[in-house]
Design a protein around this ligand. Structure first.
Ligand code: HPA
Ligand code: ZN
Length: 324
């Protein structure tokens, strides 16, 4: 099984590029940019990665992102992630970035997007990894702030396939972002949103009915609503599930209690993804292995996760056919 999973061609659909910042690179960038970190060494950083919930993770994740200052930093971050993709046989990846985390600190939109897209282009040319970029709005900030971010992104519209919604789900439901998602759709962006990670199944309904999302990021709490599970099975609206993340952030107490294989067997278009691999202790292969070992999935089922991800991707029909 392990060898089968390692070489299985994979497609990643839920990955925050800021969440790929490994402690070693964090220190390198802190040194380069003369930023003082609240840690003495790499081991101390890793020891700090014990989380009680989403919020306790987000605090360290936003703190870590402060070392990202220049276009070169965003390039180095993205290039390191793509090299990990190559090792894990990831052939296509759709990555999130959080511009507000950086523009709020005075970093230009230009530096962020040029650094990331230059690395993605090199990934296509040198590693044969195709990719799309999705811009996320931070849901703890206002809708007005998201609208201004959408405006800032317009000169780079060709580089961004869709918009998403991340950060603290509790207290910030999808309806808060109704207008900005409507504007984004009118401009031709595809839409996704984190929903049903820590928040209730009603956030998944609202993501579908109010934000018209093409995919649900996480979505594991759909299991609390039988009619929603039936709708997801029937429509095959995809779920981008992140197993190691869910255990680290205590959405499930252990991997053995995770519902990803159960949802697969119920006919949902569930996929396996790494979310913030530098913080949650594993990239794509690690997530696939953790699921296979804890949940007794067959090789056929593990391959189905990868097939689902091709189906759920924003590639066109011809590109999907090439990967099948
Ligand atoms: N949930 C919400 N916001 C996030 C996450 C997540 O899993 N990762 C990075 N930002
Ligand atoms: Zn996420």
């Amino acid at each position: 099984m392990d060898g089968f999973i390692k070489t299985l061609p994979k497609v990643e659909l839920h990955l925050h590029i800021e969440g790929t910042l490994e402690p070693e690179l964090m220190f390198e960038l802190a040194l380069r940019n003369k930023i003082q970190l609240p840690y003495q060494n790499v081991e101390q950083v890793r020891q700090a990665y014990e989380f009680d919930d989403l919020q306790s993770f987000l605090e360290l994740y936003y703190q870590g992102a402060q070392v990202l200052q220049t276009e070169r930093d965003f390039y180095d971050l993205t290039w390191a992630y793509l090299q990990r993709c190559k090792m894990d046989h990831v052939v296509h990846t759709e990555i999130f970035f959080d511009p507000q985390t950086h523009t709020a600190r005075g970093i230009s939109f230009d530096s962020i997007i040029n650094g990331i897209t230059r690395a993605l282009q090199h990934g296509r040319e040198q590693l044969e990894i195709s990719s799309h970029l999705i811009m996320c709005f931070l849901r703890h900030l206002s809708e007005q702030d998201a609208i201004e971010t959408l405006q800032q992104a317009l000169p780079y519209k060709d580089q961004i396939i869709g918009v998403g919604l991340d950060s603290s789900e509790q207290g910030h439901p999808p309806a808060k972002f109704r207008h900005v998602f409507e504007q984004a759709r009118e401009l031709g962006f595809l839409t996704v949103a984190h929903a049903g990670e820590e928040g209730p199944a009603s956030n998944i309904w609202d993501g579908i009915n109010i934000l018209h999302i093409a995919r649900i990021d996480h979505g594991v709490r759909c299991a609390e609503d039988g009619s929603l599970v039936r709708l997801l099975a029937k429509t095959r609206i995809p779920l981008t599930v992140c197993p190691l993340s869910n255990v680290k952030l205590k959405v499930f107490p252990t991997m053995a209690e995770h519902n990803v294989v159960k949802l697969l067997r119920e006919g949902l278009c569930v996929t396996i993804n790494s979310d913030d691999p530098a913080y949650f202790g594993g990239y794509m292969t690690d997530n696939y292995l953790a699921v296979a070992h804890a949940l007794n999935a067959s090789k056929l089922e593990m391959a189905q996760f990868s097939k689902n991800a091709i189906e759920a991707s924003f590639l066109d029909a011809r590109q999907k056919a090439e990967l099948q």
